[in-house]
Design a protein around this ligand. Structure first.
Ligand code: C2E
Ligand code: MG
Ligand code: MG
Ligand code: MG
Length: 293
């Protein structure tokens, strides 16, 4: 087909690739400069224990605010940062900043129990990740048990032996490991059992489907396919004696459904959006340490 339509297509593809490559390069340069100019910032989203209504953890989420430009969402720059390896220094900045914030909250008497930090597969592949984490923990003065590293199933699949070793070292230090977006990857349960994992995070696409079930005319608490997956993940976590936390909770119906099926920890716009540090501190201050959002 491409052959038959002749040279015009070639020009079309070349032009499209040129634009793409150009955009890539601009973005890459921008990211590099962003790191030097301190254009990155973390927002923090509360994680709530439903039984007590308390904020028991935070998740640090990266934001990029280029000078003179609009805020860029992680989905628009993290893939490229991973591809180019820039995620390694950026990720180190994220961890250092999140731990500094945790230490600050502790000194203010406002710290929730745990700080969650996302770590991509590319970062996890670096030599001596555990050593880097240990150093940043030491520099912050935070206890390793306050840190939860959120990794995705892709980490476990890309290089299982190395990932297992790194996870073992982190777990020995007392750092907690959580599998993010659980259910969207293809990790084997047999493999999961052997790894020192503390919690599963139910992906928000499954949580979103709970609402869809209700909107289709079912009763509150009823759910579609997503609801069935949510139930399965909660049951699995129970069997494996892991904590389970739901992300992307946006409604009372979703909270009710999750709660009825035994999920105690939740995170989502229904409780709070991710907040810049000053707003987070005001929230924690207003409601008392560990209190309701
Ligand atoms: P994630 O780790 O699964 O984070 C949850 C995402 O869901 C966040 O998007 C959060 O803002 C969003 N979210 C939370 N509650 C709700 C809700 O109720 N409804 C909806 N629709 N969304 C909700 P965000 O901040 O855009 O981050 C997207 C992804 O980018 C993250 O997914 C994570 O994979 C990655 N990411 C973010 N920060 C970092 C980082 O510092 N390092 C690395 N390696 N990845 C990061
Ligand atoms: Mg996460
Ligand atoms: Mg997630
Ligand atoms: Mg997610």
């Amino acid at each position: 087909r491409a052959k038959a339509s002749g040279g015009n297509h070639f020009h079309f593809y070349a032009a499209a690739m040129g634009t793409h490559a150009h955009r890539h390069l601009r973005l890459e340069t921008g990211l590099q400069r962003g790191l030097l100019r301190e254009e990155f910032v973390l927002h923090y989203q509360p994680q709530v224990d439903i039984a007590s209504g308390r904020i028991v953890g935070l998740e640090a989420l990266l934001r990029w605010q280029p000078r003179g430009g609009d805020m860029v969402a992680p989905s628009d720059f993290i893939p490229l940062a991973e591809e180019t390896g820039l995620i390694v220094p950026i990720g180190e900045w994220v961890l250092a900043t999140a731990l500094r914030q945790q230490a600050r909250l502790e000194s203010m008497g406002l710290a929730p129990l745990r700080m969650g930090v996302n770590m991509s597969a590319r970062q996890f592949r670096e030599d001596d990740v555990a050593g880097m984490v240990a150093r940043l923990l030491r520099e912050s003065g935070c206890s390793p048990s306050c840190l939860t590293l959120e990794i995705t199933e892709s980490v476990l699949m890309e290089n299982p032996a190395q990932a297992a070793e790194t996870m073992a070292r982190l777990a020995q230090m007392g750092v907690r490991l959580s599998i993010d977006d659980f259910g969207t990857g293809y990790s084997s349960l047999a493999n999961l059992r052997r790894l020192p994992i503390h919690s599963l995070k139910i992906d928000r696409s499954f949580v979103a489907d709970i609402g869809a079930g209700v909107e289709r005319g079912g009763e509150a608490g009823e759910a579609g396919a997503g609801g069935a997956i949510v139930q399965a993940v909660i049951a699995l976590a129970g069997t494996m004696k892991l904590d389970v936390i739901a992300e992307g909770v946006e409604s009372a119906a979703q909270q009710a459904f999750l709660g009825e099926h035994g999920c105690r920890q939740m995170q989502g716009y229904w409780f709070s959006r991710p907040l810049p540090a000053p707003q987070l501190e005001r929230l924690l201050q207003a409601h008392g340490a560990g209190a309701q959002p």
